[in-house]
Design a protein around this ligand. Structure first.
Ligand code: ADP
Ligand code: ZN
Length: 211
């Protein structure tokens, strides 16, 4: 059996957190394109140099770059039983490209809804692990509880950039909800409230799709 899921929702809706939990639950990798790009920047690779300025400004990396990055990633051995995509597709063109790359298509879209004010508060207050990408509320300690790496505030989590990212989301990514609705793939969840509660809602909802 294989499980192919897409996480959809605004920045700060909890895609990374829920994706990691779902990935563990099904024993499949959670693939965060944001983490992949930030890692490329940290390594100073060709890709990293190309996308650094785009990330800082909260703009979108060109579709062709993202499609080849994801195409390569999902063809690896660890994706044989499926995967969870966090941050891709982010435009309707990326979604169409994904259909071409994946013969059977995806199983479901996990759409996390969170009110705009809560999203802004979460992003402006969050810290990210430099090593593994785990996210924390600002009041927590300065070390990652998963891997011991140090925590920092992403430069695109500053308030001015957060508002820009939300506009980019509304314009380019929110239309994907409609796109996947016509394919009858969307499962919608209330993403507000404690992490464990959201996780229980999502696991219950997805179990019905996969079974
Ligand atoms: P968020 O927390 O806003 O969901 P991510 O960590 O998923 O952020 O992505 C951070 C940044 O990486 C985005 O603002 C964008 O610049 C770039 N990015 C990630 N995935 C994609 C994609 N599929 N298409 C274009 N740009 C992307
Ligand atoms: Zn960590």
């Amino acid at each position: 059996m294989s499980v192919k899921l897409i996480l959809l929702g605004p920045p700060g809706s909890g895609k990374g957190t829920q994706g990691a939990l779902l990935g563990k639950f099904y024993g499949i990798p959670e693939i965060s394109t944001g983490d992949m790009l930030r890692q490329a920047v940290a390594e100073g690779s060709e890709l990293g140099k190309r996308v650094q300025g785009i990330l800082t400004k909260g703009q979108l990396v060109p579709d062709d770059v993202m499609v080849s990055l994801v195409e390569e990633r999902v063809s690896r051995e660890d994706c044989a039983q499926g995967f969870i995509l966090d941050g891709f597709p982010r435009t309707v063109d990326q979604a169409r490209a994904l259909e071409r790359v994946l013969p059977g298509g995806i199983d479901a879209v996990v759409y996390l809804r969170v009110p705009r004010e809560e999203v802004i508060a979460r992003l402006a207050g969050r810290l990210t692990c430099r090593r593994c990408g785990a996210v924390y509320a600002k009041t927590d300690s300065s070390l990652c509880q998963v891997c011991g790496g140090d925590l920092y505030q992403r430069d695109d989590d500053l308030r001015s950039t957060v508002e820009h990212r939300l506009r980019v989301y509304e314009e380019h990514t929110a239309p994907l909800v409609g796109y996947y609705r016509t394919l009858d793939k969307v499962r919608e969840f209330d993403g507000s409230g404690p992490v464990e509660e959201v996780a229980r809602r999502v696991e219950a909802g997805i179990a019905r799709v996969i079974a």
